[in-house]
Design a binder for this molecule. Structure first.
Ligand code: PXP
Length: 241
């Protein structure tokens, strides 16, 4: 399983002082050196962390793969078509939320999402849909032409008891297998951290996990390169010292 890092919160810290540091592009390069296979950033409508120029600079600087997380708003789709990331991950977006809440309702917004997928495919950008691990959403994702789904692991990550966590894990495992059988590639993410990653990493049908907050938070104490290497080791099934 591959690790992709979401670097939004490097930009959050930078923006807190209005200057240039820490630079999210420098963070992406360190993370690549430490073993990530992709860089993820979310260009939000309110540009609260990543900005347009960051996406352009990332596109030029990184050597792995750029995954642009985005809503289906036309101006953001236009940015994606200009920058041409390898992958666009479509997510729901609400202005007041602290972070993405819940998966995209592909069934409800099927027509609009299909149109966005077509526009992105016209620019040779692969499309992943961030969905709850629910059969109907995955079936619709396939029906409207998505290449991939990213299964939302938030409920698993936030479960308060072991049995609740196991219930969500079972559902994620079943839906990863279901999506693969439909011919979709499968990623997973949201809320994954150093304590809960290993059961997800053991699911063979999931090819990549997208992790942001936990790695950036740990990097404050141990440095980014170390924080990434620790997560890579956990994903590979090693116990970190
Ligand atoms: N995947 C998606 C689609 C997300 O929206 C986010 C949060 O930006 C993540 C993964 C990463 O979540 P976290 O920061 O909790 O690791």
């Amino acid at each position: 399983m591959r690790l992709a890092i979401n670097i939004d919160h490097v930009a959050t810290v930078r923006n807190a002082r209005g200057g240039l540091l820490p630079d999210p592009i420098a963070a992406a390069l360190i993370a690549e050196k430490a073993g990530v296979k992709g860089i993820v950033c979310h260009l939000r409508e309110d540009r609260r962390h990543i900005r347009d120029e960051d996406v352009v600079r990332l596109r030029k600087a990184i050597t792995t793969k750029l995954d642009l997380e985005m809503s289906i708003a036309p101006d953001i789709v236009a940015v994606a078509k200009r920058v041409k990331p390898e992958l666009a991950t479509l997510v729901p977006e609400r202005r007041k939320e602290l972070t993405t809440e819940g998966g995209l309702d592909v069934v409800r917004f099927s027509k609009k999402v299909r149109k966005t997928i077509e526009q992105l495919h016209d620019s040779v950008i692969a499309v992943s849909l961030f969905v709850d691990p629910v059969r109907g959403q995955i079936e619709e994702a396939k029906a409207i032409g998505a290449d991939m789904v990213e299964l939302h692991t938030g409920e698993y990550a936030e479960a308060h008891t072991r049995s609740e966590q196991n219930k969500h894990l079972k559902q994620i495992r079943a839906m990863a297998s279901f999506a693969r059988d439909l011919g979709l590639e499968v990623n997973a993410g949201h809320g994954l951290d150093y304590t809960n990653i290993q059961p997800i990493a053991a699911i063979d049908d999931i090819e990549e996990v997208s992790i942001g907050h936990a790695i950036i938070a740990r990097a404050v104490f141990v440095g980014l390169e170390h924080a990434v290497r620790e997560m890579v080791e956990l994903i590979q099934g090693k116990n970190i010292k």
